[in-house]
Ligand binder design. Sequence first.
Ligand SMILES: [Zn+2]
Length: 395
Amino acid sequence: MLACKTSYLPTVHTFPSPVSTEDKAISLQEKKAYQIDGITASNEFDAARMNDFTKVNDSTYRVTILPENEPINESPHYAFSIKSDQLRAINLELYYGDYKHRYYPKLSRDKKNWFPIDSMHFDTLKAGNLANLKLELNQELLYIAAEELRDSKHTDDWLQSLSKAHNHIKLESVGQSRLGRDIPYAELGTGTLEEKPTIVLMSRAHPPEISGYMAMESFVEELLRETPLSRSFLAKYRIMLYPLLNPDGVDLGHWRHNAGGIDLNRDWAEYNQDEVKTVAQHIVREVSEHKNKVLLGIDFHSTQEDVIYTHTDNRRSAVYPFKDLWIHALEENAVGLNPNEEAYDLGKPMTKGWFYLQFGAEGIIYEVGDETDRDFLEYKAQVAAREMMKLLVMR
Ligand SMILES: [Zn+2]
């Protein structure tokens, strides 16, 4: 092994609540178009999930949704298309086995424009592991999904369109996932890289967490807006963006894990999984080579409600008290952005703790509620980006 390579390896960290991240087996869903009574239900597209399609009675059909492996966080992701060779109304059950319903169904005709199902046509039963949709089917494909679909191609297209529109973004792949998908990377900034203080942005460790991913897109687009603020910010800072940490999990329609069967946001101590290892090594190597100091890392996720997870005050980062000023600025915004900060100390091996342990940087997990209004989450992310830039440009 070359000496110059080993010096760039990230440190193996000790977290108070270690988690085993050695490979676990996953089961792949069978990709197929199911056909019953002239109804066709299919999972033959990226990010789809449907493990079975069966008939319950003359008017009711069932889609079974199962996780990639267990134990697993209760986040049943589903996505499939359905059509009928003649016009008909049906009841469609979403059945989650031992798990409870989480995501309010979204419908689309083209996989691009989505709208939530009419509440008159949707209910969940008491047991919680069954949801019921009333649908009118015809020959036109109807897509039904837990959240708006964002497969790996979507992220690739988004990055390409940004790089066409802006000079100060550079794209590359930093390596491959377990199953050989590119792990995309974008570098934002103007002028030299050398000795610039650095901000790291990440998203999509957890495949179904679309609202957090949407916030990340809006946040990044705000950094690239050609304003005096963003020009000053991009001249002063290096921004390293990893928008899709888990491309296999995303395209396989996983609930939570990567193709190694592991929650990637538990692997930031030992780097057992290819995706975390690749990204951690890339960050450490790049900032070593260019003598950058990482000041801040923000990782975008989704959960039941908007919340910003931060460190407790015993972990004073290199930009202390940045996070207090930033949260305060969001609280003071006229629209009422409800940052809802929750501080906690190092626990499991997540990115928040890793940024602190590896670099002495501020680590933040920016969580967006699953059903948070999409216009609101975009606006909030834009304000969050502007307030971050203001604080860091003045630093
Ligand atoms: Zn998450």
